[in-house]
Ligand binder design. Structure first.
Ligand code: DP6
Length: 365
């Protein structure tokens, strides 16, 4: 559909009245997510090479306010970006590029300047990936803005679908942060997953309600390999085709275990996916080793504890050295004692964050 025919001409007086009344802004809090089936490899404009499935987090969030001011010409949007109350040139450039890429789809943005004020609930240096929460929060602000200007989105399903689609264009994994509890992204034979956006996933046994994610910070430095570079390594990867078919198989198995409530089998797949991801990085050309010695020690201790105590706790990893420990809430007391006594000495300055399954984004105003 041609976007210029989709949006009617704007009435500048209404927009200026909103500016006068100080209601020319919107604010969203959006969470990060942790993938159980990993997205690694993409084509075209952020189309995933395989489906992924994630859990939406509750406490690792980004809060972003977007304020709009009308321009007298159509050469916008000019972006300003404040991160944690300070001008941030790096984020500004990233968001400016993202918005420029959206102009065909959201042509009305040309008529505005946009001021973003953003902050994370977790320290920026913590080594927690913030692109999912950050880009989804921006996408939500843009979707609210469109809704306010044109009222084009009929209901909340349409609203979050649109936000997920826009988030995907900013960062693939961000499109899964828009939904409560769990989300699937990417076409597959087993779910309603689509390439264009994430969808909510709720066909899981009550045993998985309120899963916990304790994030152990092994190393908090900048990412060694950007996601962009990481994904592009899959283009020439010797095992790429095998990986994409394995991801589908792993998804199919995981869906069965999620439905049946087989938590140990679920954990087997979650850990397999983390190791596959890091295996792919180790065997890419060039090769990357993103785990640190303490990542491996933590993994070994988790496996041993599980075997000794018969407690369902599992690890997963993003494209970095930090370890996400996944377990049902019912086991929180003993798992937290285990973490404190056996794993924190392997973390950077004993740093860790407790998080859990969350209900998705929240509008703040
Ligand atoms: C390893 O979503 O950060 O966390 O689309 O380039 O922004 P871009 O990549 P990004 O990739 C995340 C990869 C992952 C696995 C996952 O979350 O599925």
């Amino acid at each position: 559909m041609s976007t210029s025919t989709k949006y009617p001409k704007l009435d500048l007086n209404i927009i200026l009245e909103d500016v006068k009344q100080d209601i020319n802004k919107v604010s969203w809090k959006s969470p990060s997510n942790i993938a159980f089936i990993k997205y690694w490899g993409k084509r075209d404009v952020q189309i995933p090479m395989n489906p992924s499935l994630s859990m939406t987090l509750k406490d690792c969030t980004t809060t972003t306010q977007m304020e709009w001011l009308p321009r007298t010409d159509f050469s916008g949007p000019h972006v300003e970006f404040y991160f944690e109350n300070k001008v941030n040139e790096k984020f500004k450039e990233k968001v400016q590029k993202y918005l420029n890429g959206l102009l065909e789809e959201l042509p009305f943005l040309r008529q505005f300047d946009l001021l973003f004020k953003s902050e994370n609930s977790f320290p920026h240096s913590a080594g927690i990936a913030s692109s999912a929460s950050g880009m989804s929060a921006i996408a939500l602000c843009l979707t609210s803005f469109e809704q306010k200007l044109f009222g084009t989105l009929d209901d909340s399903t349409e609203f979050f679908s649109k936000a997920s689609h826009l988030a995907r264009l900013g960062s693939g994994s961000a499109c899964r942060s828009l939904f409560p509890k769990m989300s699937v992204w990417g076409e597959n034979e087993f779910t309603e997953g689509e390439n264009n956006k994430g969808v909510e996933f709720s066909s899981f046994h009550e045993k998985f309600e309120d899963l916990q994610d304790s994030i152990l910070i092994v190393h908090s430095g900048e990412k060694e390999v950007s996601s962009r570079v990481g994904h592009s390594l899959m283009n020439e990867h010797p095992y790429a085709e095998k990986r994409f078919s394995e991801a589908n198989k792993n998804l199919s198995l995981l869906l069965d275990y999620l439905k049946d409530g087989d938590i140990f089998k679920f954990g087997e797949i979650v850990e397999r996916e983390a190791m596959d991801l890091h295996g792919l990085m180790m065997t890419s050309r060039p090769s990357f080793l993103l785990m640190k010695p303490n990542t491996l020690l933590i993994i070994e201790r988790i496996k041993k504890y599980r075997l000794d105590k018969k407690i369902p706790l599992f690890f997963t990893l993003d494209a970095g050295p930090n370890v996400h420990v996944i377990y049902p809430k019912a086991y929180s007391p003993e798992v937290k004692t285990f973490i404190r006594e056996n794993l924190l000495s392997l973390c950077e300055d004993g740093k860790w964050f407790e998080d859990s399954m969350g209900n998705g984004p929240e509008i703040l105003g």
